[in-house]
Design a binder for this molecule. Structure first.
Ligand code: NAP
Length: 330
């Protein structure tokens, strides 16, 4: 099959377009998907350059890509919810059991990929495969952070730093759908879009450091991870929570020192969040998309053999919404 694989960790040049990668074999609780489109995420180039090798291993040749939209080709004997021909999307996880590291074993930048049944949901009918492939990783991250880590409630105030990227645009829309009052931090070129989504307040990071705001938030979600619990704690309510998706030394210290800082009267919490593949969570996201409560924004799609250009664009850190690789023309 056609695929983008790597034989070693490194820069853009390690991405190889091949036409003879083997089609992966399914196990009893897995589904083989003909991939129409695959999402491109910062996670992919973090895996490519070896940043996550201690966590996710170094099993070469490695096919990158974690979220896909496509058609079911065949199912393992224990699979009961899906059948050949179903149009599905998911954050791939082909580990035999759910695991906290999760993620693809045979990745999505390929004509075929495998995943466990309990990671899959039916593709929302109102999305193309390109749009659907842009959803799982970013939307699941935002949904799990806001509902499971932050327990965000109607009327609460949340600040989202990095509101214009893949995760940020979902976080903004999910927070609004949950009834929260959203302050979004982004640059001038994304302000119109964020206003149109219904954010209550905008902070242009090119003109103002959000840390100088004279306000309190129940939740600060630092999607771009360029601040810290320590530097933001004055912006949090007494029981406020600071959440980041990127583990840093500063955030590691904040987690380790939390029992001590809490006793010293600093009750605001720090939490690190790591996305998990979940059919149940994806089904909720899918319903919200079908009901037009949330939308996906695809800045650009690339053919599979232009994965290098897609990685260059993602690594620039300037994307509005999402990037996608198109594997089959619709
Ligand atoms: N732990 C997990 O499970 C998990 C899951 C998903 C993502 N992540 C991590 O979370 C991070 C964000 O992911 P993503 O997919 O949202 O990234 P992304 O789509 O690449 O984010 C790009 C966006 O960030 C904005 N941005 C850049 N610098 C900014 C700044 N100083 N202040 C505010 N906004 C800024 C950019 O807007 P401009 O045009 O203004 O530059 C752009 O719109 C990545 O590091 C990713 O690896 C972790």
């Amino acid at each position: 099959m056609r695929a983008i694989q790597i034989q070693k960790f490194g820069g853009f040049d390690v991405l190889e377009y091949v036409e003879n990668a083997p089609i992966p074999n399914i196990q009893k609780n897995q589904v083989l998907i003909k991939v129409h489109a695959a999402g491109v995420n910062p996670l992919d180039w973090r895996i490519r350059n070896g940043e996550l090798k201690l966590l996710l291993g170094a099993d070469f040749p490695m096919i990158l890509g974690n979220d896909v939209s496509g058609t079911v080709v065949s199912v393992g004997r224990q699979v009961s919810r899906f059948k050949q021909g179903d149009e599905v999307f998911c954050l791939l996880d082909a580990h035999p059991q759910p695991s906290w590291t999760g993620f693809a074993k045979s990745g999505g930048y390929a004509e075929f990929a495998i995943t466990r049944e309990d990671t899959l949901a039916l593709k929302p009918k109102n999305l193309t495969h390109i749009q659907a492939a842009s959803v799982p990783l970013a939307a699941l991250t935002a949904y799990q952070v806001l509902t499971q880590k932050a327990g965000l409630k109607r009327g609460q105030k949340i600040l989202i730093n990095g509101a214009s990227g893949g995760v940020g645009l979902f976080a903004v829309q999910i927070a609004i759908a949950l009834g929260a009052e959203v302050t979004a931090v982004c640059s001038s070129r994304h302000q119109e879009l964020l206003k149109s989504l219904g954010v209550s307040h905008l902070v242009n990071y090119q003109q103002q450091d959000f840390k100088t705001l004279n306000q309190h938030f129940d939740v600060i979600y630092d999607v771009v991870a360029n601040s810290s619990w320590w530097s933001c704690r004055h912006l949090l309510t007494k029981k406020g929570i600071f959440i980041s998706n990127v583990m840093s030394l500063d955030s590691l210290l904040a987690t380790q020192l939390y029992p001590i800082t809490k006793r010293l009267g600093l009750s605001q919490q720090y939490t690190f969040a790591w996305v998990k593949s979940s059919a149940k969570d994806l089904a909720v996201i899918s319903e919200w998309i079908a009901a037009n409560k949330i939308k996906t924004f695809v800045e650009k799609s690339f053919p599979l053999n232009e994965a290098k250009a897609a990685h260059q664009a993602s690594e620039s850190g300037r994307v509005q919404g999402k990037l996608v690789l198109q594997i089959i023309k619709e």
